[in-house]
Design a protein around this ligand. Structure first.
Ligand code: BTN
Length: 246
C-alpha cells in the first residue's frame, strides 16, 4: 500500500495537505472546508462515494487507484473554461517526462486515454464567495485496478508505465505540475495551452452528435470549447453532457 505521509514534503509552495485513510469523496471533503485562498490538497487511500461526471459514480480501489483533489483560488475575473483541459495536459506532461508513452490522448473535456481506453478522469467543481472563486479539481487515476474491476474500455497506468513507477512521487509530481499550470492559466488563460492540448486531441476528426447538431470534431477554440464542423457552420460546444461519438 503506498504511503502518502511524505506527500506534503514533496509538494511545492504554501498549501495545506490532508492525507486521509478513507473518505466519501476528496472533492466533497475540500468543498466542505471554510472558503479560503490557500491551496488545499486532499488525497486518500480509499474513497467510498467517489463522484464522476454528471452524477455518475467513480469506482476506485484501495491500493489500485490514485485519488486526490486540489482546491485552488482564482479571482472572480478568471474564466475557468478550459481549466479541466489544462489539468489533463498536466497529467500527460508528467507521464511523458517519466517515460515517453505513445498512445496517450485527451478526450475533451476531462477524460484521459491510453489508445482507446480511458484510465483517468477529472471532476471540476466551483465555489464562489465575495473574495473570488475556488476550483475544486478532482483527479481519479486507475493505477492498478483488479482485473474484474476494469471493463474492456478502461486501462491502468501499470499497463503502459514502468512497473517501478512510485505512486507517491508520481502523485507529488502531478500535483506540482497542476499548481504550476494553474499559475500560468490564471495569468494567460487557456489560449497559452491550446496548441499543446491540440496535439493530444482524441476526438479530432471523429463524427460526433449532441443535442442540437452533429458533425466532425475539429479541435478547440481559445476558450477551450469543442469545435464541431456541421454541414452549415462551425459550432462551439461548451458542455459534453449530450455528446456521443457516432
Ligand atoms: C469522470 O471521469 O467522471 C471524473 C472522475 C473524477 C473522480 C475523482 S476521484 C477524486 C475526486 N473525488 C471525487 O469524488 N471525484 C473526483
Amino acid at each position: 500500500m503506498p504511503d502518502y505521509s511524505t506527500l506534503n514534503s514533496k509538494i511545492r509552495d504554501e498549501n495545506e495537505c490532508f492525507v486521509l485513510e478513507s473518505i466519501d469523496s476528496t472533492n466533497d471533503f475540500l468543498s466542505n472546508l471554510p472558503f479560503s485562498k490557500t491551496t488545499k490538497i486532499c488525497t486518500t487511500a480509499q474513497q467510498t462515494c467517489g463522484k464522476g461526471q454528471y452524477g455518475r459514480t467513480w469506482h476506485s480501489e484501495k491500493g489500485g487507484s490514485i485519488i486526490f483533489s486540489i482546491s485552488r483560488f482564482f479571482p472572480h475575473n478568471t474564466n475557468l473554461n478550459g481549466l479541466s483541459l489544462v489539468v489533463g495536459l498536466a497529467l500527460l506532461e508528467v507521464l511523458n517526462a517519466e517515460n515517453k508513452v505513445v498512445g496517450l490522448s485527451l478526450k475533451w473535456p476531462n477524460d484521459v486515454y491510453f489508445k482507446e481506453q480511458k484510465f483517468a478522469g477529472i471532476l471540476l467543481e466551483n465555489r464562489t464567495d465575495k473574495s473570488g472563486q475556488t476550483a475544486i479539481i478532482g483527479f481519479g487515476i486507475n493505477y492498478n485496478l483488479s482485473e474484474n474491476a476494469v471493463a474492456d474500455n478502461w486501462s491502468n497506468l501499470v499497463d503502459f508505465m514502468p512497473q517501478d513507477l512510485d505512486p507517491v512521487d508520481f502523485t507529488a509530481n502531478l500535483i506540482n505540475k497542476i499548481i504550476e499550470f494553474c499559475e500560468i492559466f490564471e495569468v494567460q488563460g487557456f489560449s497559452y495551452f491550446r496548441e499543446k492540448w491540440s496535439k493530444f486531441d482524441y476526438l479530432k476528426g471523429r463524427q460526433i452528435e449532441c443535442e442540437n447538431f452533429s458533425g466532425t470534431a475539429s479541435g478547440i477554440n481559445s476558450d477551450g470549447a469543442l469545435l464541431i464542423k456541421t454541414k452549415h457552420k462551425i459550432a462551439a460546444l461548451y458542455s459534453s453532457k449530450t455528446l456521443i461519438i457516432s
